[in-house]
Design a protein around this ligand. Sequence first.
Ligand SMILES: CC(C)(COP(=O)(O)OP(=O)(O)OC[C@H]1O[C@@H](n2cnc3c(N)ncnc32)[C@H](O)[C@@H]1OP(=O)(O)O)[C@@H](O)C(=O)NCCC(=O)NCCS
Length: 153
Amino acid sequence: MGRNLTIYTPDSKTSKEEKNKIVKFLYNHLEQFGDSKSAISKSIDYAFSTEKGKGGFIIVAIDDMEPVGVLVMNKTGMSEYIPENVLVYIAVHKNYRVVKGIGRYLIEKALDISEGEIALHVEYDNKSAIKFYKRIGFSTKYIEMRLLKRSQL
Ligand SMILES: CC(C)(COP(=O)(O)OP(=O)(O)OC[C@H]1O[C@@H](n2cnc3c(N)ncnc32)[C@H](O)[C@@H]1OP(=O)(O)O)[C@@H](O)C(=O)NCCC(=O)NCCS
């Protein structure tokens, strides 16, 4: 497969149709580790925000005119005490995983075009993604914990 990537930023956003395609792709290919379409859509809107401290980018790997991998990065607006970027979503089409290096290529491209550190969270039982992130060079510096409001319990 050729390395055909499209990068979307606040200056070069997706069309509505392209956005819908990306949301659908992530919804389907994040599988049980994914989020609702509404959550995915919000992360894309945030990536395209031009407000100070916000923004980010989306990278789409394409094969035969169709997305085969997607990465969504959001800026945090913070630095030093909190990483500058959050890798919100990454997913590669089931038929293109492991052997083709698409996930690694998406992350390497993301590293090239972002400034500062990148944080992410991954579910404990997503063993494949954990192996992937470790192979890329991510380390587990902190345990992420959350306190849900009573109304969310
Ligand atoms: C995680 C994911 C994005 C990895 O993408 P990928 O294209 O399959 O990964 P790559 O082929 O680029 O692999 C990069 C490296 O990680 C290793 N790797 C990837 N998946 C692995 C696995 N399941 N077990 C062991 N190693 C793995 C590869 O061997 C490769 O090593 P190398 O580059 O040193 O040879 C993909 O498996 C996926 O879409 N999973 C479902 C969605 C998901 O869980 N996303 C993360 C949510 S937090």
